[in-house]
Ligand binder design. Structure first.
Ligand code: ADP
Length: 483
């Protein structure tokens, strides 16, 4: 193993101080598994509890801090992230494996999110409403929800923490942040920036380590008032049960099995672009990935032939190499899961079109070719989230059939439609049973200033991002006064 560069050892940040862990772990570059990206501190239950207590102690004063102070801190964080986006993007690409342009784009988005919530800190909404009783005044104000536990996944190690941390701080909450184990260096780099923006000790804390120990401590601890989680469905369900049992507020973003419908009247080149981007970019490791391509029979064969050609030409390789369009899978476990789904698809009789094989490159990494199958709606590959560069095409007779197929899933995060028909576009926007619709755009790739989230098994609780984030990160108080 070789150390990648002079990256400092990521440590926990608890009560305004950097502290070592009870043990250490390593994060590895998935593009070159000989390279250690970071040897990082791993917390145990005691350290997680220490961070929670620090956040609880800091809450009374921070919750009364002025909006200007919060805005200034968030603006400073956003400015530094934006100024260092190339360097931080390189770290992200090394640790998670998305291509450098994707990684730099993600970091820039994280910076913009902090800037956005710097503005929102100054716009905390409230109402004054006429009472039904004579002489009584009513107002509705928002207060911080309290200590929030933020549990994040590995696939967007800057943007997802940013879209939880920024509103949490903007609305006066204190934070304990637990990043995913595969991306501690990114979580640490973000914390390093947050640690220098003048927040009082304990307002923001970082603890790294396992979900089972550190994550679960956040979930179960009575001092944690709210939990915002992004990750897998089974973990999300466990968190929801535990949080509900002790009446903590919970916001969960989980899986997706998102459809992209291609109608016969679509611009076929544009539709193929949307499918390629949505299904395979970021190695398909996005909850918004278009893993079900539902194509009207009249253009089915032409669409499949064009998409296949694009997959044949797609450049897969080291995330930092110029011109690479798809990086490696994040780690061996995920690669094994992706390859297992390729086997399942073949065994269930889905027709293989292209890819799904391990690839060798100049450096040892978790590379695989993008996979495409023709499937039937009952196939597992058409129903279960793979979370890799694996998509299937389902044939639809017409628009109504396509819409029914699109909604035939336990998930409901997002849904795309490629068409030139205004009638179908409007109908689809209303009738797709999801939280986000995209017309003539890939399902993945969203704006940072509007709500993000889904329905059904994909999401639970208030929406994230945009000004809707205020719902989760504040609690409403109604005040009555006889004047
Ligand atoms: P993924 O497949 O993306 O790793 P997980 O749901 O396992 O999805 O992980 C998402 C986040 O949830 C990670 O930070 C992980 O450490 C954390 N996590 C895993 N298990 C638990 C748990 N039992 N309680 C709290 N957090 C957990």
């Amino acid at each position: 193993m070789k150390r990648g560069d002079s990256q400092p050892t990521p440590r926990h940040y608890i009560n305004g101080r950097w502290v070592s862990g009870s043990t250490t772990g390593t994060s590895i570059n998935p593009s070159d598994t000989r390279e250690v990206v970071a040897e990082y501190a791993r917390a145990d239950r005691n350290q997680a509890e220490e961070a929670i207590r620090a956040a609880a102690d800091a809450l009374p004063s921070w919750s009364l801090s002025t909006p200007q102070r919060r805005a200034d801190a968030l603006d400073q964080i956003g400015s530094e992230i934006l100024a260092r986006k190339d360097e931080l993007g390189t770290l992200l690409a090394r640790e998670e494996g998305k291509t450098l342009p994707e990684a730099v784009g993600e970091v820039a988005r994280a910076g913009q999110i902090f800037k956005f919530f710097a503005g929102e800190a100054l716009r905390v909404p409230g109402d004054t409403i006429a009472s039904v009783r004579p002489g009584v005044q009513v107002d509705v104000t928002r207060e911080p929800v309290g200590v929030v536990g933020l549990i994040t996944p590995w696939n967007f190690p800057f943007a997802i923490p940013a879209w939880k941390i920024a509103p949490a701080l903007a609305y006066g909450n204190t934070v304990v942040f637990k990043p995913a184990e595969l991306v501690p260096a990114c979580g640490w780099a973000l914390t390093d920036i947050v640690s220098r923006c003048g927040l009082p000790a304990g307002v923001f804390n970082l603890v790294m380590g396992s979900g089972r120990e550190v994550g679960q401590t956040l979930v179960d601890h009575p001092l944690v008032n709210a939990l915002s989680f992004t990750g897998s469905v089974p973990t999300g369900e466990r968190i929801l049960q535990a949080a509900s049992a002790r009446r903590a507020k919970a916001q969960l973003e989980m899986g997706g099995k998102n459809p992209l419908v291609v109608l016969a009247d679509a611009d076929l080149e544009q539709a193929v672009d949307c499918a390629l981007q949505g299904a395979y970019f970021s190695t398909g490791q996005r909850c918004t990935a278009s893993s079900r391509l539902i194509v009207e029979a009249k253009v089915h064969d032409a669409f499949v032939a064009r998409l296949r050609q694009r997959l044949v030409d797609l450049k897969v390789g080291h995330a930092l190499e110029r011109g690479i369009e798809m990086g490696p899978v994040v780690d061996k476990n995920q690669l094994d899961q992706d390859l297992a789904y390729i086997e399942i698809a073949r065994n269930e009789g889905a027709e293989h079109v292209w890819g799904g094989e391990r690839l060798q490159r100049a450096t040892p990494g978790h590379y695989m070719s993008p996979a495409l199958f023709l499937a039937r709606p009952e196939h597992r590959i058409a129903r279960e989230e793979v979370f890799g560069p694996v998509a299937c095409v389902l044939r639809a007779d017409d628009y109504d059939h396509a819409l029914a197929l699109a909604n035939d899933t336990p998930f409901g995060l997002c849904a795309g439609l490629c068409t030139t028909s205004l009638k179908h576009a409007m109908h689809f926007k209303r009738h797709a049973d999801v939280g986000m619709t995209m017309v003539n755009l890939p399902t993945a790739g969203v704006d940072f200033h509007v709500p993000f989230g889904g329905r059904k098994a994909s999401s639970h609780g208030a929406r994230e991002q945009g000004r809707y984030a205020v719902e989760f990160f504040t609690t409403v108080k109604t005040g009555y006064m006889l004047a």
